[in-house]
Design a protein around this ligand. Structure first.
Ligand code: ZN
Length: 178
């Protein structure tokens, strides 16, 4: 028995950024801080462990005062500063990197979860449950979920081109009926 697994026409979506082969993804955050006070930074600031101090000035005017600038490099320390309502200026910057990938296809879509019968164990299985496996150089995405047989059924997946034709025919048919 041969099966044709059709595309669910309702799931066809045109990708607006199709052809793109680069994405911008968020990476780490930089948290710059500036602290000014009559005492030094609290003990929970551990330089080179949860923060980096880039500038530290101790002023002796009427009273002693500190001006400390640097980066917080731990989420816990950031949370602590907020929880303790520490009088500190924070500046958060989200950093990004650009990654290359396969070009985004013009359409994305899902196949209909189709009922099949395994050639080996004769059990009824659903196409979405098919497993994939590798055996030496041989790869199969038609492994039976019940008995583990490789290439357990003879299936063809409908191409997006055919599905688009079906979809446009259906729409034409619908408009004739109006
Ligand atoms: Zn089977």
């Amino acid at each position: 028995m041969k099966y044709l697994i059709k595309i669910n026409l309702k799931t066809i979506k045109k990708n607006k950024d199709f052809g793109n082969y680069q994405s911008i993804i968020p990476t780490n955050k930089t948290i710059k801080f500036e602290f000014e006070g009559t005492s030094n930074l609290p003990d929970y600031f551990k330089p080179d462990n949860n923060c980096i101090i880039v500038e530290s000035i101790k002023k002796f005017e009427i009273k002693v005062s500190y001006l400390i600038k640097g980066y917080i490099i731990s989420e816990d320390l950031l949370k602590k500063c907020i929880d303790e309502k520490l009088n500190i200026n924070l500046e958060l910057n989200q950093n990004y990197i650009t990654v290359d990938h396969f070009p985004i296809p013009e359409y994305s879509y899902k196949y209909i979860n189709t009922l099949l019968v395994c050639n080996n164990c004769n059990n009824k299985i659903k196409s979405d449950d098919l497993k994939s496996d590798e055996f030496y150089d041989y790869y199969s995405d038609k492994v039976c979920p019940k008995c583990g047989a490789f290439d357990c059924c003879d299936i063809t997946y409908e191409s997006i081109e055919n599905a688009l034709i079906r979809k446009s025919n259906k729409n034409t048919y619908k408009s004739f009926n109006l």
